[in-house]
Structures are given as C-alpha cells and as structure tokens.
Write a protein that binds this ligand. Structure first.
Ligand SMILES: [Zn+2]
Ligand SMILES: [Zn+2]
Length: 426
C-alpha cells in the first residue's frame, strides 16, 4: 500500500492553500492595522513551558500534548498552543524592556493528540494576537475587536461572542473553595480524573470532556450563577469591557457560563462561536492572563490575547457560503506551433516573469492543440501564439481567453502590453 499521511493530519493542496493563505493574509493585514507585529516561535519547546503555564492538571497537558525525550534526555513538547511560547520569547528577548505594551501576532501549526474527528486535527493551525504589558480592560476590548474584525473580513459574520470573567487569582481561590464545597457531596459521581484533580484543580470539572462532570459542576451553582465570584476590581474591569464593546457596536452574551481549559486565565475570557459548525462551533477564543509573565520570571504585567482556529474559520466560511471566490484568470500562456520555436518563446516567457507577469509555456513537446487545452485548463487569461507567421510579422497573436477577443501585438511592446492588460483586468 502506498504511504499515507497520518490520521488527524492533512495535506494542503494548492487549491485549498489559496483559501488558507487568503485567511492568514487577512489576519496579518488587520493585525498590522492595529499595530500588532508578527513573530514566529519554534514548533518544539521545553515541555516544562506548558506544564507551568497551561497547567499540569489540564487535559491539554495530561492527555493531548505530544511529548518526547531527545537523545540528551530533555523533555520536549510539540507546542499545543501559542500563548506560552510568545510569552517565553517576549521575556527571552527582553521585549518588556524595549516597549511598553508588546503587541504580537502569530500564525502557524499547533499539535494535540486528540481523537481525530470533524474539525479536530492532531496538527491544526491557529493565528492569534497577544498584547503583553497592559492590565487595561480597554486592551481586552481591542483584542476582541481585532478577533471579530478578522472573522468579519473573512465573511464569518453570524457569530456569537460569549464573555465572562474568571476573576483574579484571589477570586479564583475563593471560587474554587466554594465549588469544592458544593461539589463535595457529589464527588463520587465525578469521573476518575476529576476526582483525582478535585483538590488541586476543581475548575477542571467545569470543562471536563465527560459531560456528566460538566453538568454536575455547572449544576452545583444555584440559579445558573457563575462559579466565579468576583471582587470589586474584577467587577469594575468586566464592566469596562462591556462598556467598551457596546461603544464599538459589538454584541455579546455574558449570561453563558463556560470555562477555558487552560490554567493561566484570569479575569476576562471569551469565545466566538460561529453558526453551522455543530458541536465544534467555537472558531476563536481568548482572554486575559495577568500572572503568566511574572510566573515565567518577568515583571508583574497584565496581558491579553486570542487565538483562532484556521480550520474552524474556513469551515465557518464554507457553512456561511462566503468562501473566498476562486481567483479569476490571470497571466499569459505562450503556445508555440513548432518545437524549434521554444527557444524564442522561452525568451518572452522569461521577460514576462521578470516584469512580474505570471507566464508559462510547455517545455515538454506537447502538440499545439494540447498546449491550447492546457492554457485554458490552467486558468490563464491570455494565450499568446508564436508561429512562423508571427516570427515573420514580428508580432504575437494574443487571445483573451475570458473575453474571446484576439489581436496582434508587436514583439517590441509585447511584455509591456501584456503587463498593462493584466493590470487593467485586475
Ligand atoms: Zn478580583
Ligand atoms: Zn471529569
């Protein structure tokens, strides 16, 4: 049997990659408008980075992270998410000393050993933005606005924004104690893992993949009340976020209770859900992580960010029927009537490319008819024909494959004319 790609991984063939690149470019461009600059971190990191940030008791670290020992015995992880590496890089390169707020954008593959299912991959892709160095609730508003702007620009408009506050660390301690107390009588009904992490991290019951734990944990609170009890400052923070979102004309739902399966979040957390994705309907999510920089040995500064799943956004785009249209015809295909004319043709194709015009010709001795079929099939806008008559007249026969028109273009002005026509058609 021929070799196959691994389950939960996907090849991106050129047609599909066109949509991917368009999405990433849109995200990068909009992030740039907001002053976020791109960085790239390695795909592999010291596993301890994620143990200390995402959390030892989380599903991501316990079950999903790809870990291995290198030959020297060091524990390596394939990055399961983007925030911890960005914060590590921010500190390693002293960005905290160079600028006030570091606004960073990233895009690339992440890895989790989840059971492959629709919309879930072992190698999946995210783009995201992090604003490190500010505790301001207005920064939360900016991050959410950027997150939604990218989705809107990609045609994913039917979305719901879920907004919640998980409180500061002190609030989380109080909230955990309260949740433990309420759940204690039900402890035996929780899954084995939730029982094991009950004392260390009771919040994991809130996002346990076992629906029973999930129901028990959320149901333990009276009247669907949030399990997160907020202090006065945290209440004021989330109030300002609401105010800012209203000012930006962004609708949100703050009646939902949800948990993000990572330990580093404090205060604002949010999810963006898109219609048409079924159970996997979160396309983007994020929140504030005000202690991570300090926990990594840096200064005590706030930070907030989001990450969006490229596969999910593209699925939402298709569900919404707003997938970017296939690119129109472009470029020039040069066909020769006789093989010896390839040398002459090659010279023109080379000149077109150097002028920035996509150009191609057959180098494989195809028949003239086969060349014409190829020009049409490959989506070229113009067909330039080079034959004996053309050489005599020192002019190329040029056919517009979209309009059906045809004319003669002098060799001397051929490159400039083609460049001009394609520019006019764009
Ligand atoms: Zn608080
Ligand atoms: Zn559980």
């Amino acid at each position: 049997m021929a070799l196959q790609s691994l389950r939960g991984t996907a090849d991106l063939l050129p047609d599909e990659l066109t949509r991917w690149s368009a999405l990433e470019q849109t995200a990068r461009r909009l992030a740039g408008l907001y002053g976020y600059r791109e960085l790239r971190t390695p795909l592999i990191e010291d596993a301890a980075l994620f143990l200390r940030s995402v959390g030892e008791t989380t599903d991501i670290v316990q079950k999903e992270m790809f870990r291995f020992q290198d030959r020297g015995g060091q524990e390596i992880a394939l990055r399961p998410e983007g925030t911890a590496p960005v914060v590590r890089a921010y500190l390693q390169h002293h960005l905290d000393k160079i600028q006030g707020v570091a606004k960073l954008f990233y895009a690339g593959p992440m890895f989790r050993a989840e059971r492959p299912q629709a919309g879930r991959f072992r190698q999946f892709h995210q783009y995201g933005a992090e604003a490190i160095g500010s505790a301001s609730p207005w920064m939360d508003v900016e991050i959410i606005t950027l997150c939604l702007d990218v989705l809107r620009a990609c045609g994913v408009t039917r979305t719901t924004l879920w907004l919640m506050s998980m409180g500061c660390r002190k609030d989380q301690e109080r909230s955990a104690a309260q949740l433990r107390e309420r759940l204690a009588p039900l402890r035996a009904k929780l899954c084995r893992e939730c029982q094991a992490r009950f004392d260390k991290n009771v919040f994991r019951t809130l996002d346990c993949k076992n629906p029973r734990c999930h129901e028990l944990a959320w149901g333990a609170m009276p009247n669907g009340q949030s399990p997160f009890v907020l202090c006065e400052e945290c209440r004021a923070h989330v109030d300002t976020v609401r105010l800012g979102l209203r000012g930006a004309g962004i609708a949100f739902d703050d009646t939902r209770t949800f948990a993000r399966g990572l330990d580093y979040y404090t205060r604002t957390v949010f999810e963006v859900r898109a219609e048409g994705l079924g159970a996997q309907d979160a396309v983007a999510a994020g929140g504030r992580y005000d202690h991570l920089v300090e926990e990594f040995g840096g200064p005590s500064v706030g930070a907030v960010g989001f990450a969006a799943g490229v596969e999910r956004v593209l699925m939402a785009q298709q569900a919404a029927g707003t997938a970017l249209p296939a690119p129109g015809r472009g470029g020039v295909y040069l066909a020769v009537t006789r093989a010896p004319l390839v040398a002459e043709g090659f010279h023109f194709v080379d000149a077109l490319r150097k002028a920035g015009v996509p150009a191609a010709m057959d180098l494989d001795g195809k028949s003239f008819k086969a060349q014409l079929r190829e020009a049409d099939k490959s989506g070229y806008r113009f067909l330039a024909i080079l034959g004996e008559d053309e050489v005599t007249q020192r002019a190329m026969t040029v056919k517009d494959l979209e309009q059906g028109s045809q004319d003669l273009v002098s060799f001397d002005t051929f490159v400039a004319t083609m460049a001009g026509r394609l520019k006019a058609a764009a």
